[in-house]
Design a protein. Structure first.
Length: 71
């Protein structure tokens, strides 16, 4: 299943944050952010850390691609 993290990137822009800020604040690795940049799957633990750091829900940072839902 393919995920889209476009909502996360928009949220970072809206909050005037960059990926380095996210890495530090959420205490995640740059590899996780790189995987997300490619639309690859990451662990729920990583997503949880991001949501806690940003004070948001998982639906605020990701969604399943519509093409994948139709399959």
């Amino acid at each position: 299943m393919s995920a889209s993290y476009k909502k996360l990137w928009k949220l970072l822009i809206d909050r005037d944050m960059n990926k380095s800020n996210l890495i530090k604040q959420a205490k995640i690795t740059s590899n996780i952010v790189a995987k997300m940049g490619k639309g690859e799957d990451v662990s729920m633990e990583s997503l949880r850390k991001i949501c806690i750091a940003l004070g948001c829900e998982i639906g605020d940072i990701m969604e399943v691609n519509a093409a994948e839902r139709e399959k």
